[in-house]
Write a protein that binds this ligand. Structure first.
Ligand SMILES: *Cc1c(COP(=O)(O)O)cnc(C)c1O
Length: 379
């Protein structure tokens, strides 16, 4: 017998989460999650799922029938888009200007797709003209894949222009909207996005672990006319859809994370109550406030102003300042978490998130005060 461990209940402190995610969760969302668990085929739960679908459609601004929340984090949403659509031999133009574009490349490779890379500097948006060159050179390309809001740098790319360009070259688009959804303008139908995925824990301020996804009719057609089976059973959307649609005819696919879906329902309900445009404006307003404070502290942004995401502020760490020590002190003395640099920016930048419920005045004030104090104490 292995002896039974004896631990106290885990009681986390209340941190202020201003990193790249997870973001501060709405109190209403935490409350929703602790409501009684019902069966995942309970008629009341099914009603809630139908509302949830309508709420995801609103957030994405889409009427796509194939719109669901994958029972796994944003990375699984990414994988779902690639494994369902990309068949062996399919050529995919992948735009890479940070960590998540690189992950897209890895997904295409694992699907047996042929990758054509368009690389841009970290901190720069995807260059539409370079994508056009790649499409001209590869008339047999079937997809263009890009990250709308690159969380590793804080740069936003012109999703509307990239989708229009892809359409003009008869390509379907696969778009990472994990950090953009709820934080900046995103219009799936109007822009002609074919496959889009997001995450619960960024600007939706829900608990981590869910991934809203949506597939356009053209993407569904590509999926249903596949010559090969989707290699992932769990992520095969043709199977998942039987679970998410059909009202009373719903059939078991997997056990939904019932309580986590209550949480997503509540966070999207709050977003709808605020209104998408109001939420986008609030993120811009809080970013302006933070920006002026950071500038006063002498801190410099990684991303040029024109393509800066309001919800992810990457700033250079001043010369001689101890990256880890500053973040440790912020956490210990102010209960404040900011993000470290990722990939090419590791050790060189901090990432300050203003996501969802986190994008509010008191957070900006706390962050500026704490960062000012801690930097002043640096040797
Ligand atoms: C966070 C993030 C992901 C991954 O989401 P997880 O929920 O961590 O799996 C993917 N893409 C982008 C742009 C992200 O910011």
């Amino acid at each position: 017998m292995i002896a039974a461990p004896k631990f106290a209940p885990f009681n986390p402190p209340r941190r202020v989460l201003m990193g790249p995610g997870p973001s501060d969760v709405y109190p209403e969302v935490l409350a929703a999650q602790s409501r009684p668990t019902v069966g995942h085929l309970d008629p009341l739960f099914i009603q809630m799922m139908d509302e949830l679908k309508a709420l995801i459609q609103y957030a994405f601004q889409t009427e796509n029938e194939m719109t669901v929340a994958i029972s796994a984090p944003g990375s699984a949403g990414m994988e779902a888009c690639f494994v369902n659509l990309v068949e062996p031999g399919d050529k995919v133009v992948v735009c890479r200007n940070g960590v998540f574009g690189e992950r897209m490349r890895q997904n295409v490779e694992r699907c047996g797709g042929q990758v054509v890379m368009v690389d841009n500097e970290w901190g720069e948006p995807v260059d539409v003209a370079e994508v056009e060159v790649a499409l001209h050179a590869n008339p047999d390309a079937k997809f263009v894949a890009f990250v709308h809001a690159e969380t590793s740098t804080g740069a936003v790319s012109d999703a509307k222009a990239l989708c229009a360009l892809a359409k003009a070259h008869d390509c379907l688009t696969i778009v990472d909207a994990v950090t953009s959804l709820g934080g900046v303008e995103l219009k799936v139908d109007e822009w002609g996005i074919d496959a889009v995925y997001s995450g619960s824990q960024k600007c939706l301020s829900c608990v981590p672990g869910l991934s809203p996804v949506s597939f356009s009719p053209a993407a569904v057609e590509k999926l249903t006319s596949r010559k090969t089976q989707v290699q992932s059973w769990f992520l095969d959307q043709t199977l998942v859809m039987g679970y998410w649609s059909g009202g009373g005819r719903r059939s078991y696919h997997h056990t939904a994370p019932v309580n986590a879906l209550y949480a997503l329902h509540e966070s999207l309900r709050l977003l709808a109550a605020e209104g998408l445009e109001q939420a986008w404006q609030r993120h811009r307003d809080m970013h302006e406030l933070l920006k002026s404070g950071l500038t006063e502290l002498g801190l410099e942004f990684v991303v040029p102003e024109a393509s800066r995401l309001p919800q992810l502020n990457a700033i250079y760490i001043p010369a001689g300042v101890d990256d880890a020590a500053v973040r440790r002190q912020l956490l210990q003395d102010y209960n404040l978490e900011i993000g470290a640099g990722l990939g090419a920016l590791a050790g060189r930048a901090w990432r300050i998130g203003l996501m969802g419920y986190g994008a509010r005045r008191e957070n900006v004030a706390l962050c500026l005060k704490a960062l000012g104090d801690v930097l002043a104490q640096q040797p």
